[in-house]
Design a protein around this ligand. Structure first.
Ligand code: NAD
Length: 500
């Protein structure tokens, strides 16, 4: 599989005259003239290739292509859009192993998760493709004197900016609804993992997407990303990434009044009451923090456990954390792969000192793994308090902080005592308590007695610093489309006759 991934990466690079992954503009690869930067294989630390930061001209050309393509694509019958986007899904399925392999190589994610992530990308396309014919549908809102009706139309060319943690799946999640709605797209994937997202734009064109409808530019956030979000012809920005980057993008887009949709950071609690199904709660808590190398926005990075079961529960989690198979992402048995980049490894590592200085105990892990690659041991901090930095800040690695709570009120107060509000997980066998605590949690999504299981028609997104807006179902279309109301008089109402 590593061989498959390397071949795929080389084939992408070979489309450019100097072998450096650059851009895909107006239906074809475009050599870049900007500064080149290295892309790593996080499992070895080796450089697998180089990509280029887009120049201002290259960004402008990508936006111009999207702008030119917009009138025709938005007017294309939705049935045609449906067919093309379903074809994209078919081609993703046909190349699922290659996509998964590139994701393992480029992002360091374990094969056991990535093989499914590529297929989820296909499902995202199918889901929104099949809804394209109803995307413009609105409401009839009759009044006494008028028939009001609403309908929607695509907002225009949009920018999609994605992070490095699960680049392919996340890109499909944002781009599929934009295309289904009739928008044209300029995508900027994360600089640390540009390859798997890059496969998507090729596949989309192979499926018959017209030139200019979907463009991709590589580059850094402060240059390529900034220019894209400031461009006057970009009408909306769909962004997934850190909360502080979301603020920067809002500032950058302010002058041109961009519509923004932000999916940002999280410090999600898993709250375990003493009446919970303990074994299942342990499974879910371990899965939700250590899967995807802990680089997951919905990871349950805070474990809030009722004091009466705190020691026994955290002991079970610690035992499982120590047993996790950390290793080569391509090994099918691997449960935890490497972190994405040496800088990220340094950031995650820095929390060990922060935690111990503030009095937390390392119950499992607590150090980088010796040897090649950017591996970090699955880590559990116990004896933690809500005020500690490891209980407040998004670490975005395989690091869990366990905090005891006394009762329902204390659990709710601690769950809500962070700047983030993406997801919450709750374990109890008391239905009334499940409802009370779910409603009191200040988050966008709650899973009760479950890990994160995504159902595409449901809304996805966070409160507070975790985001603005919702994805999924019709919420995605609402972001990528403008709603218009048309009021048709029945011809009977009185009109004031001024100046008569
Ligand atoms: P990041 O914010 O550093 O980068 C994300 C993207 O934004 C990259 O493509 C980057 O190049 C670009 N960018 C950076 N600065 C920019 C600027 N000034 N203007 C325009 N673009 C800019 O995030 P990351 O480190 O790549 O990803 C990790 C973060 O993503 C975590 O905080 C995680 O919680 C979040 N995330 C959230 C969700 C969600 O659904 N809420 C999903 C996945 C990841």
């Amino acid at each position: 599989m590593r061989e498959t991934a390397l071949k795929s990466v080389q084939a992408m690079a070979a489309q450019y005259s100097d072998g450096t992954l650059s851009h895909f503009i107006d239906g074809k690869p475009r050599d870049g003239a900007g500064t080149a930067f290295d892309v790593f294989d996080p499992s070895t630390g080796n450089v697998i290739g180089q990509a280029r930061d887009a120049t201002a001209d290259e960004v402008d050309d990508a936006v111009a292509a999207a702008h030119r393509a917009f009138p025709e694509w938005s007017a294309t019958p939705p049935e045609t859009r449906r067919k093309i986007l379903n074809k994209v899904a078919d081609l993703i399925v046909a190349r699922a192993d290659e996509i998964a392999a590139v994701e393992c190589l480029d992002a360091g994610q374990a094969w056991r998760f990535m093989s499914k992530a590529a297929l989820r990308g296909a499902e995202n396309f199918r889901f929104f493709a099949d809804r394209a014919p109803s995307a413009a549908d609105g409401l009839a809102l009759p009044s006494a004197e008028h028939l009001n009706y609403t309908s929607r139309k695509a907002i225009g060319p949009v920018a999609v900016i994605t992070p490095w943690n699960t680049p392919f799946m996340l890109s499909t999640w944002k781009i599929a609804p934009a295309l289904a709605a009739g928008c044209t797209v300029v995508h900027k994937p994360a600089e640390w993992s540009p390859y798997s997202a890059r496969l998507l734009v090729e596949i989309a064109h192979e499926a018959g997407l017209p030139d200019g409808v979907f463009n991709a530019v590589n580059g850094l956030g402060e240059t390529t990303g900034k220019r894209l979000t400031e461009h006057p012809d970009i009408k909306a920005i769909a962004f997934v990434g850190e909360s502080s980057t979301g603020s920067a993008i809002m500032r950058q887009g302010a002058a041109t009044l961009k519509r923004v949709h932000f999916e940002l950071g999280g410090k999600n609690p898993v709250v375990v009451f003493d009446d919970a199904d303990i074994e299942r709660a342990v499974d879910a808590a371990v899965f939700m923090i250590y899967s995807l190398n802990g680089q997951r926005c919905t990871s349950s990075s805070r474990l809030l456990v009722q004091r009466s079961i705190y020691d026994s529960f955290t002991a079970k989690v610690a035992e499982r954390a120590k047993n996790l198979k950390v290793g080569d992402p391509f090994d099918k048995a691997t449960e935890v792969g490497p972190l994405i980049h040496p800088k990220h490894l340094a950031k995650v590592s820095s929390y060990i000192e922060i935690a111990t200085n503030q009095g937390a105990t390392i119950a499992a892990g607590g150090a980088p793994v010796e040897g090649d690659g950017f591996y970090f041991q699955p880590t559990l901090f116990t004896g933690a308090e809500q005020t500690m930095r490891v209980a407040q800040e998004e670490i975005f690695g395989p690091v869990l902080t366990a905090i005891p709570f006394d009762d329902e009120a204390d659990a709710i107060a601690k769950a809500n005592d962070v700047e983030y509000g993406l997801a919450g997980y709750l374990w109890t066998s008391d239905v009334g308590r499940a409802l009370r605590v779910s409603e009191a949690m200040d988050v966008g999504m709650v899973w009760v007695n479950s890990e994160n299981v995504r159902h595409l028609p449901t809304p996805f997104g966070g409160t507070k610093s975790s985001g603005i807006g919702r994805d999924g179902g019709d919420w995605s279309f609402d972001f990528y489309m403008e709603t218009k109301n048309i009021a048709l008089a029945k011809g009977t109402h009185k009109i004031q006759r001024l100046g008569a």
